[in-house]
Design a protein around this ligand. Structure first.
Ligand code: SF4
Ligand code: SF4
Length: 315
């Protein structure tokens, strides 16, 4: 497994490695909760719902489905709503107040490519951090994707990485191969190979093309500017510009401040893009100086007279 070398000594490296394992464990729980064949949460809500079976994750957490429902006169007349159709609005509210935690801690589709990407050495990968305006690309794609219901087309289903992962989870014996249409093959290549194995961080699909992630980051980009919401916060006076956080960020959402006009958490050192940060806190775990952390309050933490314990112990 490709290990990212970090500055700050063995304890920082080990802490970051352990933290990554915790994240992967959380994603595995997400897989059991939301994805077929287990899909425990979806089964639970299907039971509550009574009349509708919530089939799979993308049917439930995809705003396109919610928009399609809102445009359906038949649905309004019959007041025929499923829990699946409204669940995305819950996810959006959570992203507004607490950040895109579904992406950062539960989405197995993103974690899967991130994990697979670690099998390939970084020197073979493209790094988009600070080089591409990922927000413009992902919101542009999202806008087109959300306009599909207005044209009455279901083509968006063909571009669904969630469904591909579910086919893999269900296994070859239960319809995976027959389901492999040409569009699913293209999606698999983009999601797992181009975006996963050959893009640094392993989340190229998440960064540019995932509609579920895009809508959460759109909410986060608004919510993070409010003083009472949770987000990754930055303490500039603690930053030593070591670059650890830039190296470990799977979304390539953090870059040296000198790299340009990223949406910012303020101050010199590094800047975090609110359009792509998924609040996974891997940067915080790799920071030897306590300059980054998830919490409530303004984006940049006020100056503090004392360095955190790990730094104090080292100095
Ligand atoms: S900036 Fe930090 S919290 Fe945000 S995606 Fe990157 S590593 Fe995760
Ligand atoms: S925030 Fe922390 S990890 Fe990132 S460059 Fe500054 S000191 Fe290094």
């Amino acid at each position: 497994m490709n290990r990212i070398p970090l500055k700050g000594g063995k304890d920082v490296q080990n802490h970051s490695d352990r933290f990554r394992l915790v994240r992967y464990a959380s994603y595995f729980i997400g897989f059991l909760l939301f994805y077929s064949p287990a899909a425990l949460v979806l089964r639970f809500f299907s039971g509550l719902d009574g009349k509708h079976l919530i089939g799979n994750l993308c049917d439930s957490l995809n705003l396109r489905m919610g928009v399609g429902g809102l445009l359906s006169i038949d649905r309004w007349q019959a007041m025929d709503w499923t829990l699946g159709q409204v669940s995305i609005f819950v996810v959006m509210a959570v992203a507004l107040i607490l950040g895109p935690l579904f992406c950062g801690w539960l989405c197995a589709a993103g974690a899967f490519t991130e994990f697979v990407g670690r099998l390939v050495p970084d020197r073979w990968k493209i790094d988009v951090a600070g080089k591409v305006d990922a927000g413009a690309v992902r919101y542009g794609f999202l806008a087109g994707y959300l306009s599909l219901p207005f044209f009455g087309t279901g083509i968006g289903c063909s571009f669904c990485n969630f469904r591909v992962l579910e086919y893999i989870g269900l296994g070859v014996g239960s319809g995976f191969l027959p389901a492999l249409t040409s569009t699913y093959i293209v999606v698999t290549l983009l999601w797992l190979v181009a975006g996963g194995m050959f893009m640094k961080g392993g989340r190229g699909w998440c960064v540019f093309l995932c509609p579920v992630g895009g809508i959460q980051n759109a909410m986060h980009a608004i919510g993070a500017r409010l003083p009472f919401t949770a987000k990754m916060r930055y303490r500039p006076e603690n930053c030593r510009s070591c670059g650890n956080c830039v190296e470990v960020c799977p979304m390539r959402a953090i870059a040296p401040a000198a790299d340009g006009d990223w949406q910012t958490s303020g101050g010199p050192g590094v800047r975090i893009s609110l359009n792509t940060c998924i609040a996974c806190a891997q940067c915080s775990a790799a920071c030897p100086h306590g300059a980054l952390g998830y919490g409530f309050g303004p984006l940049a933490k006020p100056a503090s007279a004392t360095l955190p314990a790990r730094e104090a112990a080292r100095s």
